[in-house]
Design a binder for this molecule. Structure first.
Ligand code: PMT
Length: 419
């Protein structure tokens, strides 16, 4: 079976005799692990009732762009944000024309315009409509914009004609959609990620730590898996479910995290340090519980290894993305850390009381990131950590390609000089 576990698929059904096939498609997408929401055009409703798809998908079918109630519940922007992929099956000739023109005159078209996730289209129409120069031009334009076309098949059509224009079988659609998540920008690479807090023991029952929940790091790990990487996730103590298809190693203290990183970093192409690592640890860890006999208690702390800086020093070829969590002066501090640790990129976020938009960032499902690298920067606007993680991973993939090309060019220059 194809893996679409936890993938959110927005299925657009348009006006075609093949609309009934979407019922089977919904079932099979769900069997493959996907969550499905359905958007129907007016044309689609002439062939199948929304009730059928509502019963199958287990959630209300979205139909109208200007329905204020539906807009309030989940409007076109929210539906666009919700989806991991938009699949239009069946896609009529008319829907291809509207998409090619970038129209926003119904809910499905508006969602497609408002979304930046992959768009896949399974066309279904009469063979003459498919072969018509206008449709050919629309298909060409959409394909040039990165739209994935699945089919159509050839064979006997509902109208009695024989030729190209039948919607492909559900199984083929699901295979192609699954490939979108596996043949990604990090295919063939190993990514080592730290996430969550570390804990520094004071005695057998107490420790120093911070508010990190691990959500940001785990979202990045999932996005890297989606992008095709082999992922090793080194996690401090968190209460999150382990994402599919990665190796998770649990650690407690900074020293544990350092050891785990050292054990695995040699195999990694990319190191992403999302963990909120304790900078200091108590000089002495008491064997027994500290008693409250004193009015004042002084803790003596010593510095932990900076794991990220250690990786860049000892494994210089590893591409490193660090994080900077700051309560103010984000850019200055982040750029300082970028230079100090000599790393390739840094993603900076505000934390604490100043981070109202992301309710403190720690443990929030939302975040916003300012990403800096030598000579460049990109602001990733307020969004869920899941969405930001995907954007960040896409950026890492881009920067990593440039980094490798530069390294190769330098090697070529060195070998030319030594000839
Ligand atoms: O886990 P969440 O609740 O989702 O919250 C996410 C987050 C706020 C924890 C995350 O987005 C984040 O900002 N992580 C880095 C937090 C941090 O410790 O930042 P820093 O500025 O103190 O450290 C700079 C970088 O050095 C980080 O990449 C950190 O992992 C690394 N570091 C720091 C200290 C140390 N001893 N070793 C390190 O590797």
């Amino acid at each position: 079976m194809q893996h679409l576990t936890n993938k959110r698929i927005l299925l657009g059904v348009t006006g075609s005799i093949a609309a009934y096939k979407a019922a089977d498609l919904i079932r099979r997408l769900q069997d493959a692990g996907a969550e499905v929401k359905v958007v129907m055009t007016d044309g689609a409703k002439a062939f199948v009732t929304p009730l059928t798809f509502q019963a199958l998908s287990g959630s209300p079918v979205h139909e109208n762009l200007l329905d204020t109630e539906a807009e309030a519940a989940m409007g076109h922007i929210e539906l666009a944000r919700w989806a991991d992929v938009i699949l239009i099956a069946p896609a009529s000739a008319n829907s291809l024309a509207a998409l090619a023109q970038g129209r926003a005159d119904d809910l499905l078209n508006a969602i497609c315009l408002a979304s930046d996730v992959p768009l896949a289209i399974a066309p279904a129409m009469n063979k003459h409509m498919w072969a018509d120069p206008a449709t050919r031009e629309n298909v060409k334009q959409l394909a040039q914009r990165g739209v994935l076309f699945i089919g159509p098949d050839s064979g006997e059509q509902a109208c009695g004609d024989i030729g190209e224009g039948r919607m492909v079988e559900s199984e083929t659609i699901i295979t192609r959609i699954s490939e979108l998540f596996t043949l990604g920008s990090l295919a063939g690479l190993t990514v080592l990620i730290t996430a969550g807090p570390t804990r520094e023991a004071l005695d057998p029952v107490r420790f120093l730590t911070n508010h990190s929940s691990g959500k940001m790091g785990y979202a990045i790990a999932e996005a890297a898996v989606e992008a095709g990487a082999k992922v090793i996730l080194i996690s401090g103590p968190v209460s999150l479910v382990t994402p599919d298809r990665l190796t998770r190693l649990d650690v407690e203290s900074t020293a544990d995290m350092e050891e785990a990183v050292k054990e695995h970093v040699a195999t990694a192409d990319i190191f992403i340090a999302t963990a909120a690592v304790a900078d200091y640890r108590p000089v002495v860890v008491q064997q027994d519980k500290i008693k409250k006999n004193e009015q004042r208690l002084t803790l003596e702390l010593e510095k932990n290894t900076d794991i990220l800086a250690m990786v860049k020093t000892q494994y210089a070829k590893t591409f490193c993305l660090g994080f900077a969590a700051e309560t103010r002066d984000l850019e200055n501090y982040a750029r300082g850390k970028l230079a100090q640790k000599n790393i390739e990129m840094i993603a900076a976020n505000l934390v604490g009381p100043g981070a109202e938009k992301t309710t403190g960032t720690f443990n929030s499902d939302l975040n916003e990131l300012n990403v800096y690298w030598p000579g460049g920067e990109l602001k990733l606007e307020l969004a869920t950590k899941t969405r930001l993680a995907r954007q960040l991973v896409a950026l890492v993939a881009q920067r990593f390609t440039i980094y490798k090309e530069n390294a190769e060019n330098e090697n070529n220059i060195i070998s030319l000089k030594s000839q």
